[in-house]
Design a binder for this molecule. Sequence first.
Ligand code: ZN
Length: 366
Amino acid sequence: MSTGWVCHELFFWHDTGRYASVFPAGLTVEPGVHAENPQTKRRFRNLVEVSGLLDRLTPIKPRLATEDELARFHTREHIARVKAGSSRLKGDDEGLTPYGHGSFEIACLAAGGTIAAMEGVLKGQVANAYALVRPPGHHAVADQGMGFCLFGNVAVAVMHARAVHGVGRVATVDWDVHHGNGTQAAFDGERDVLTISIHQDRLFPPDSGLVSETGTGAGEGANLNIPLPAGSGVGAYVAAFERVVVPALRRFRPEMILVPSGFDASGADPLGRMMMTSDGYRTLTRLLMEVARDVCGGRLVFSHEGGYSEMHVPYCGLAVLETLTGQRTGVVDPWQAPMDAWAGHELQPHQAAAIDVAAALVDRIP
Ligand code: ZN
């Protein structure tokens, strides 16, 4: 059984334009490229080809998500607004999320590409899958885009799996450095979807992703946030997985696990302040594969989110794909040795304290 791979040239044509800064600051910041531009993702895709791994992946063709599929999560007003905005040259009415001509269709392809990856795994055509889609999705909420995201790719795919394929329990494990607020909101009050987000404490959205957000109503306990202090390294991430994420998945026993996969916890990321390495992502992927094998037949579906270091994202992504396929390409990440030499990768006491707070919530998962 192989690893499915979703990618499409159009994902790189989603145009976020030139931008003065993430937070508009008038005429004090010289315009430059938007942080969420095609380069990191294109270079990830290209390294997969150059490494030879592309030949060993099973291509899965993305399709456009329909408006009805998007509407399982999003309001018709939001869908119509993005559609209208992307027929102009530049839409900018979604929070911090400029978009250009054709972005509506490309965003539909990102959501549909995640659905296609999920279906490939669910139908047993592939063992697991990675959807390298763009624009990302995990910040988008029901009635608006947010944080470079237009539609909630993973949320839409989970809703599709449950509505169309009769899947019951699903878990999401979001390791993007920012809080997966959109995915959390999509399933708030829902006890059969466990949403987990591990992120830098109060990075984005502001004041979001606190450990105290555990779900509401019938879904109480089915949301787990692990906010880690800025500066956390591989030790903290591995400890968070071993002490919280893996026990949570073993308790919840999902039928499938989806991973909103951003690489902005990289030690080289301009938008995050963590110290993850490509080997670190390799370890986290292995831990997810082990628990997925035990609880859900190995069914793991990754959908790409953030990650803004042109030099490092490709190696982090390749490490995940090498682990998923069980094949090493021989490519050496030139940043691994310098990053390994940084002080502070070991789990620090204040990081352990933060992880312990989240670990205490595992018993309350429904
Ligand atoms: Zn992010």
